[in-house]
Design a protein around this ligand. Structure first.
Ligand code: SF4
Length: 79
């Protein structure tokens, strides 16, 4: 588990992160983008590129945003 995209992405979907990710693990969901936790290599490029600061390293995800960790896991589980 790695970097996590949180609420600031919802309905924003700037998508800068998708272009900078070296392993192409950021996928588009209905209302936000998601990082595949199994593929992410923790490089941090996406975090730096996000114009709305929606991306956090998992250990730094704010308490009120923690539901987004599970949301990403569920997104990739469903395929
Ligand atoms: Fe991709 Fe790096 Fe962001 Fe992981 S930390 S999602 S590998 S850009």
């Amino acid at each position: 588990m790695a970097f996590v995209i949180t609420s600031a992405c919802v309905d924003e979907k700037a998508a800068e992160c998708v272009e900078v990710c070296p392993v192409d693990c950021i996928k588009e969901g209905e209302d936000q983008y998601f990082i595949d936790p199994d593929t992410c290599i923790d490089c941090g490029a996406c975090e730096a590129s996000c114009p709305v600061s929606a991306i956090y390293y998992i250990d730094d995800v704010p308490e009120e945003e923690k539901e987004y960790i599970q949301k990403a896991i569920d997104f990739f589980k469903k395929g």
